[in-house]
Design a protein around this ligand. Structure first.
Ligand code: SAM
Length: 329
């Protein structure tokens, strides 16, 4: 078991498979993007070696993200190889669902267990404004494919952004109720210093405001007891017992760093120790400069040991070097 210096049991790795994305959410990515050359990204065998070494440290949960993980051309094979690695108990993915009509069934067959689908609104014009590319029809088709492939319950991630989609949170909560989804409303975080961080700071909506808006429209929400302490989402159900779970992820207004069990591996092979600061260790260099497995294993152990205890957003400190798509959300 990998315990860090604050006694946290760190057993969950988020792997960014690519920095590329087929959407351009305003708070995540500028519209005119230049992505990294593919040779700079970790290759399959490098990834698989790291997964194996992580399981030896006691990691058992893995989430594939990006950028958009389904853009990696051999994504089904990657899932299948990770799922078959001894010690891996759970392989999940965060995706915008656009490519799921083609991929949901093969991914489920390859061993994918869970899927978080990102959609900020089901209002067609506001979707264009906030996510820039993609359409409701594509995302709905992706959700339907995930459901048909048995990747249930459907978890929807919605990043609440003032004047872009905050007026749609009630509609999303209603869909959760009607379609028995787990919808999680996420607070915007200022990452990367530039235009996207500016949007995140200027359009921030605290979770308590989102919750109040939903309760005013749809009735009281009741806390679901017994959540795992490391669960980043505080989950609620409707007081009348009708379907769906409404979650709030509040890294800014209610940080949960003390129970964070996550490590992040960027697509270009760095351990990013905390989402909200710039500390990184270069594992790709260790993989490619011939130190062999012992050198890589030593970096993994060091990354766990150095994981910071908390972010310092309230002091204006965040990651300046990378945006969310370059870390893996
Ligand atoms: N492409 C996939 C997707 O859309 O879910 C996976 C990668 S995306 C970076 C993961 C999640 O991070 C998405 O739900 C996205 O909305 C969220 N995200 C991106 N930038 C963010 C920010 N500045 N604050 C909060 N969430 C953010």
């Amino acid at each position: 078991m990998a315990n860090d210096r604050f006694g946290r049991d760190i057993h969950y790795l988020r792997i960014s498979l690519t920095d590329r994305c087929n959407l351009r959410c305003v708070y995540c990515m500028p519209e005119d993007m230049k992505f990294r050359p593919r040779k700079e990204l970790l290759q399959d065998d490098e990834l698989l070696l790291l997964v194996r070494l992580f399981t030896e440290l006691g990691f058992h949960k893995f989430r594939l993200t990006g950028g958009e993980p389904t853009l990696r051309s051999d994504i089904v094979e990657i899932v299948s190889r990770i799922a078959a690695t001894p010690g891996v108990e759970d392989v999940a993915m965060t995706t915008n669902a656009v490519l799921l009509p083609r991929l949901a069934a093969p991914l489920a067959e390859a061993g994918l267990r869970r899927l978080n689908i990102h959609v900020d609104t089901f209002h067609p014009e506001r979707l264009k404004k906030i996510m820039r590319f993609g359409s409701i029809d594509e995302i709905e088709a992706g959700i339907a494919a995930a459901e048909a492939a048995g990747l249930r319950p459907i978890k929807i991630n919605c990043v609440v952004t003032r004047d872009y989609n905050d007026q749609d949170v009630t509609d999303l909560a209603l869909r959760a109720r009607e379609r028995n989804w787990h919808v999680r409303f996420i607070e915007l975080m200022p990452l990367g210093g530039g235009e996207t961080a500016h949007v995140a700071l200027a359009q921030f909506v605290p979770s308590r405001e989102t919750k109040q808006r939903i309760e005013d429209a749809l009735g009281r929400l009741v806390l679901v007891p017994g959540g795992h302490p490391s669960d980043e989402s505080k989950n609620f159900r409707f007081a009348d017992g009708k379907g769906g779970v409404i979650g709030f992820i509040s890294p800014v207004s209610e940080p949960y760093c003390g129970s964070c069990n996550r490590m992040r591996l960027t697509a270009d092979g760095k351990f990013h120790l905390c989402l909200l600061n710039d500390d990184e260790l270069d594992v790709k260099k260790a993989l490619r400069t011939g130190g062999g497995v012992p050198a890589v294993a030593a970096i993994l152990a060091r990354a766990v040991a150095l994981k910071p205890t908390g972010h310092r957003l309230d002091e204006g400190v965040s990651t300046e070097e990378r945006q969310m798509f370059q870390i893996g959300g």
